[in-house]
Design a protein around this ligand. Structure first.
Ligand code: FE2
Length: 387
């Protein structure tokens, strides 16, 4: 048992000074003045610290991705230590551009490995391409038979790297994902990779207008990648859809018009978008390619899960978004939208995933995942098998 005492708690709603009691990987109680005998329980005095739910990063290329500048640009797998440093206790793994040298079997194995190392994982079936590659032969079977598979993606549209799915192909895919989700009690959500193409959200708008599939069946990502897409995202979210920002970036992208996530969150809220419609994800281990005007890859970097929380911190410290408004984009919102049971909240019955932050500058101080310390007072207490 682990008792975190005297922290300023955000569940992510502001709960004031309460104690958090955890046992067997779950949260038992979140109440003022919990007392437990020391022989049964580690008591940690977190006075002066801020306790928040462990972060949920719902779009990470845990198996590595990239390869868009040739074989040497394939990116490495996620290391546990990166997740720990980033306060990320839950990741949703996905494939990206490359579904040939990367496979769903490999993705699932990597997810199970990260589970064994100490964090929680889920995966998406498919990758950029349509028709979709699945693990068991269909989207519905994948959702019904593979516990970790919770949805589809990232399916690429409005991008030169997309397989350019037709309207009918795209609708069919979304319909299968919806049916699989309904039958399995999962979200069955379609994670959509949006490129810089001028068609933007056209395909999505047409599905919502012409079929019975609701806007909430989709989680379009990279919504901050250019000013036009960002404005389309505001309209989509005000119409009831979800929008996902990508926190991994490089200065060149911002210079070209990418909207910094922290600023984008404030602007969306000011534009009247409900905070519940917004998520941030890191696109961790994805490649960060730079292209010349002819579309040739001229450079490549790697996204990091450690980019996730700093954008929430910047939203609070630089953009003056209250912490209890900013935190849900990496905690309660992705957990609710993706139906990740037991995740994203500090509440009795939920998984014992918790991050302690320093007051004022909001640096990550400690990380607990499923009741186990992964970082304590800045010192990592766990590492990946080969780290
Ligand atoms: Fe993507």
């Amino acid at each position: 048992m682990l008792l975190i005492k005297n922290a300023e708690v955000y569940t992510p709603a502001r709960a004031g000074r309460v104690d958090v009691l955890m046992a067997g990987g779950r949260i038992l109680r979140v109440e003022p003045e919990i007392r437990m005998p020391a022989e049964y329980c580690e008591v940690f005095d977190a006075a002066g610290l801020v306790a928040v739910p462990g972060f949920v990063d719902a779009h990470v290329h845990i198996l590595g991705g990239g390869g868009e500048g040739g074989y040497a640009t394939r990116t490495p797998e996620l290391a546990l230590s990166d997740a720990i440093r980033g306060g990320v206790t839950t990741v949703v793994g996905c494939l990206g551009t490359d579904g040939v040298t990367r496979s769903l079997a490999g993705l699932l194995a990597k997810a199970r490995g990260l589970d064994e190392e100490g964090i929680s994982t889920f995966v998406l079936t498919g990758h950029y391409a349509v028709p979709l590659q699945t693990l068991t032969g269909s989207i519905e079977r994948d959702l019904l038979f593979v516990d970790k598979i919770i949805g589809v993606g990232e399916v690429a549209i409005s991008d030169h790297r997309s397989t350019q799915p037709t309207f009918d192909e795209f609708v069919r895919l979304a319909a299968e994902s919806r049916r699989g989700g309904i039958l399995s009690g999962k979200a069955g959500i379609v994670n959509i990779h949006l490129g810089d193409g001028r068609r933007g959200l056209d395909l999505l708008r047409r599905v919502i207008a012409e079929t019975e599939i609701p806007a909430t069946q989709f989680l379009p990502t990279h919504i901050n990648r250019n000013p036009g897409l960002f404005e389309e995202g505001i309209a989509h979210a005000k119409g009831g859809g979800f929008v996902d920002f990508t926190t991994s970036s490089i200065p060149a992208y911002i210079a070209e018009g990418e909207v910094k996530c922290s600023e984008g969150l404030r602007r969306m809220l000011e534009a009247g978008v409900a905070g519940t419609q917004i998520t941030f994800t890191s696109d961790g281990q994805g490649s960060l390619p730079t292209f010349d005007e002819q579309g040739r890859t001229v450079g490549v970097g790697v996204g990091r899960v450690t980019s996730l929380f700093p954008e929430v911190r910047d939203a609070v410290l630089q953009e003056r978004v209250p912490l209890d408004v900013a935190l849900p984009v990496i905690t309660a919102n992705p957990a609710r939208i993706l139906k990740l049971r037991g995740k994203g909240q500090l509440a009795a019955g939920h998984d014992a995933d918790l991050v302690l932050l320093t007051p004022g500058d909001l640096e990550i101080h400690s990380v607990v995942a499923r009741g186990r310390w992964l970082m304590k007072a800045g010192a990592a207490l766990a590492r990946g098998t080969f780290e």
